[in-house]
Design a protein. Structure first.
Length: 133
């Protein structure tokens, strides 16, 4: 929930844009929290979201994305996703791939410390579909 609050534009008293500083602090806080939870719970437990992502991929297959270019960025929008839409963007294919994987993990509320366990990867003929390997 805090993640969404941080996205508001924040200016200091001189009108300078200071959102990046707050995002950096939040990212460090989130990483420490995620790894601490993983350490305390042990490697035998997994977050509920990881189980839900696995079930989704078994029942419906991968999550397909349509790409379009706008203002020098590539925008990916999920299509046929049963729980709504996932929208993300990147400056190039590599950044877009990373952002899509992160958006999927965020949607299913999977902490970043479980990224390796999730094993989200590209599948399908055109490589525009993502599922668990």
């Amino acid at each position: 929930m805090l993640y969404f609050m941080v996205h508001f534009v924040i200016f200091d008293s001189r009108g300078k844009y200071i959102l990046k500083k707050h995002m950096f602090i939040y990212k460090i806080y989130k990483k420490i929290k995620d790894y601490l939870i993983k350490f305390l719970l042990g490697s035998k437990t997994v977050p509920q979201g990881l189980f839900e992502l696995s079930q989704y991929c078994r029942m419906f297959g991968g999550i397909h994305f349509d790409y379009k270019k706008e203002n020098g960025a590539i925008i990916a929008i999920s299509s046929g996703f049963k729980h709504g839409s996932i929208v993300t963007s990147g400056r190039n294919e590599e950044e877009l791939d990373k952002n899509i994987k992160d958006a999927i993990l965020t949607f299913f509320e999977i902490p970043s410390s479980y990224r390796k366990e999730a094993k989200v990867c590209k599948v399908g003929e055109k490589q525009r579909e993502y599922a668990i390997a």
